[in-house]
Design a protein around this ligand. Structure first.
Ligand SMILES: [Zn+2]
Length: 390
């Protein structure tokens, strides 16, 4: 199956390249924000819908204006891509998949997308338009031999690290059929538990970082606005955030790859994790992001490698049900990690029991879907999801 995959690498630009990239990010952001304003106004004032084409004409006009002459210092392809990104943001909004597009800020992650006519790729060296030297890329994993490059996105995160994400088209071969099936329960204490009893703990650094992050954030809030110290403090917080998300991503990648390799069918609980953590603290923030990532990874990897991925109804009482005898508890507070079934006396680990129930219910549901042909949930990931990472 031909799929799109993104490969992300660290990038170390020279001083001149970093300066040129900063200009490019700035212009891409400027064009995005200008076009957003243009499209919003046209809609609010005249109920006129502006598409990519009209925005592109507008871009040509802006480039003629003397005070916007700086736009011609960067690759015009990148600016057009910026308009396309905005167009996608609007499409997602109209199709109710996302909120109304927001203005981009210089404070957040910066990025610029290069279509194939805005860079050269030869002998493993990438040279961007308007640059003369190849980029210093850390090729931490090889691109597939048959990879056809579709585009590049260069980004700089809030802790000033540079990345290149290469979107390629490649042929993915389904894995050999596996015999095993698995149910997965996700949670705050333990990130994921499988019906086989395997547990993925929230990576240790996260727990350690959490304390440090709280301290840094408190410190940041005491700093004078727009001061240099505040800038430094914000940078430290951003760096820690980056470390947390890197560790999380790495753990999740390894876990989902293993799950997909070993199992033919993967059953998970629906995505309503909101009820699990009541307060809006950091643990919730991290966990939310992690669950979404686990499910997303499983879903598209299952699709690539010929596995079945099936999320269950989110109201399925996986925790309170005894997986041995079917006894249903009235309640089971989150603090109770282990319990004895009043029905059959079996001792349960809370999470493993839930995962086993998820697996059983999933198998039952799958059988039902197969025999009735009832509208199975379509498990094809969207283009953006496939793009996310490999
Ligand atoms: Zn029981």
């Amino acid at each position: 199956m031909i799929v799109q995959k993104a490969f992300k690498y660290r990038l170390f630009p020279s001083g001149a390249q970093a300066a040129q990239l900063a200009r490019t990010f700035g212009c891409a952001r400027f064009v995005y924000n200008q076009a957003l304003e243009f499209r919003s106004k046209a809609w609010q004032q005249e109920k006129k819908s502006i598409g990519y084409h009209d925005s592109a004409l507008k871009l040509t006009e802006w480039k003629q204006e003397p005070e916007k002459a700086f736009l011609s210092e960067v690759s015009s392809v990148v600016l057009q891509q910026s308009l396309r990104n905005l167009d996608t943001a609007f499409t997602n909004f109209f199709q109710k998949r996302a909120q109304y597009p927001k203005f981009k800020s210089r404070r957040h992650r910066q990025s610029a997308r290069y279509a194939t006519n805005a860079f050269t790729f030869k002998d493993g060296r990438i040279i961007l338009a308007k640059q003369s030297e190849p980029l210093d890329i850390v090729w931490s994993q090889p691109l597939p031999d048959d990879a056809k490059i579709l585009n590049l996105t260069i980004s700089r995160d809030t802790s000033e690290r540079y990345f290149v994400s290469i979107l390629v088209e490649t042929d993915v071969k389904p894995l050999k059929k596996a015999k095993a099936e698995v149910g997965i329960d996700v949670g705050i204490k333990t990130l994921a538990t499988t019906s086989d009893g395997e547990k993925i703990e929230n990576p240790r650094p996260l727990v350690k970082c959490e304390k440090r992050l709280k301290k840094l954030q408190r410190r940041l809030s005491r700093k004078v606005k727009d001061s240099n110290n505040r800038k430094k403090a914000r940078f430290r917080v951003a760096k820690l955030h980056a470390k947390i998300s890197d560790t999380r991503r790495d753990t999740i990648q390894k876990f989902t790859t293993k799950i997909i390799r070993e199992n033919q069918a993967i059953y998970v609980e629906g995505l309503n994790v909101a009820g699990m953590v009541k307060n809006h603290n950091l643990a919730k923030h991290i966990a939310d992001a992690a669950f979404g990532e686990i499910f997303r990874e499983l879903e598209y990897k299952a699709n690539w490698y010929g596995r079945t991925y099936l999320p269950l109804d989110r109201f399925f009482p996986s925790s309170k049900l005894c997986s041995s005898c079917g006894h249903l508890l009235d309640e089971l507070p989150l603090s109770v990690r282990e319990w004895d079934c009043p029905g059959c006396g079996v001792h349960h680990d809370r999470d493993i029991n839930a995962a086993i129930n998820i697996k059983k219910a999933g198998q039952y549901l799958l059988k039902w879907i197969k025999t009735t042909g009832w509208g199975a949930r379509k498990v094809t990931p969207t283009r953006n999801e496939r793009r996310r990472s490999a």
